[in-house]
Design a protein around this ligand. Structure first.
Ligand code: ATR
Length: 329
């Protein structure tokens, strides 16, 4: 698929990248290391060049995985990672969001070491520190660009106002937010702001955390121990069944087009404009290859309109209340 530039960063990526989180945490047990490394290295062969991780994912374990997989292949990959959320090192519990220079410097050095590299292509603030003006944190992040440790800056789940203020301090190449057929709330502010400042929207969970692929059924839910079963309102009893009924519409469109539901979900996201790229997550090479097949899927206006209606009917918010308070701020 024709590459798209991340904002005006000079970084050109396959618009279908790889979200790496699920390899280490949240979606059930971590993938066995050899298998995960094979997936990451295979993804490069398959044409993926944008890999998204964060300090948060597995408390450094996910970055370490990328570090091992990409040793000797650094020039073939664009690595995005993130800082901000702080966890208790013993229990893994979330302590808060820290956008101080001290925490950023601690985090960036840890990320560079984990990733076995001397530069990060795209460095995000993962969630906003609401005790501190965004100008301060982006000012600290800009120093990392000057020092050559980071190539471009991004914010994740920031509001239009925060994004615009940040961009006045240093160009922001990307806003990373959840965006999918089921999650269109950013169209109310953040997404237009992305376009205005010449950035890119990096759409995470473009497959609705797997739900939009049609892989789940009433009796075939994510397994106990998977965070979706406890901390994702859309997977909670009641909402889950209602949302699965909406997925049937995505599957119907897929049948008309001759594609899979996952491909339809990705084609919908990428069809929103050149300023949108995606990072579907997968732990399996077959699913990765199938997802890359979305590059050749296009939706006509009628089908697009049919899919456009679904978001309003989705049951459940994107996160529990506590985490929703850190979104669009
Ligand atoms: P996130 O960005 O949070 O990773 P996502 O990209 O919306 O979320 O969805 C990720 C989920 O979709 C994962 O559970 C992944 O499971 P696998 O690791 O088993 O692949 C699932 N998924 C991704 N691509 C898929 C595909 N083509 N078919 C079925 N499930 C898929």
């Amino acid at each position: 698929m024709t590459k798209r530039e991340i904002g005006q960063s000079g970084l050109f990526v396959n618009p279908i990248g790889l979200g790496c989180m699920g390899l280490s945490e949240f979606y059930g047990p971590a993938t066995e290391e050899g298998e995960a490394i094979a997936l990451l290295q295979g993804a490069i062969e398959d044409g993926v060049n944008h890999f998204d991780t964060a300090e948060l994912y597995g408390m450094g374990a996910n970055e370490k995985l990328l570090g091992k997989a990409f040793e000797g292949r650094r020039d073939k990959v664009i690595i995005a990672t993130k800082f901000g959320p702080v966890r208790d090192q013993d229990t893994g519990a979330f302590i808060g969001i820290d956008g101080s220079e001290k925490n950023m410097r601690r985090a960036v050095e840890a990320s560079l070491a984990n990733l076995k590299t001397d530069y990060i292509d795209l460095y995000y603030m993962h969630r906003m520190d609401q005790r501190r003006p965004i100008e301060d944190t982006v000012g600290f992040m800009a120093k990392l660009v000057e020092e050559g440790k980071v190539r471009a800056l991004g914010l994740s789940e920031a509001s239009a106002e925060t994004l615009t203020r940040a961009n006045a301090v240093h160009p922001i190449a990307a806003l990373q937010s959840e965006y999918s057929i089921f999650s269109r709330d950013i169209e109310d502010g953040p997404l237009p702001a992305v376009k205005t400042i010449g950035a890119s929207l990096v759409a995470y969970s473009p497959l609705g955390r797997g739900m939009l692929t049609g892989r789940y059924e009433r009796e075939n839910k994510p397994k106990p121990g998977d965070y979706r079963t406890v901390a994702q309102p859309r997977f909670a009893a009641g909402a889950y069944e209602a949302n699965l009924a909406l997925v049937e519409d995505v599957q119907a469109v897929a049948e008309i087009v001759g594609a899979t539901a996952a491909q339809i979900a990705l084609a919908w996201v990428l069809g929103r404009g050149e300023h949108v790229i995606s990072i579907p997550g997968t732990t399996k090479r077959d699913n990765l290859l199938a997802n890359l097949g979305a590059a050749t899927v296009s939706l006509d206006a009628g089908l697009q309109a049919r899919l456009d209606q679904l978001a309003d009917a989705v049951q459940g918010q994107r996160y529990p209340d506590e985490q929703m308070a850190g979104i669009n701020v």
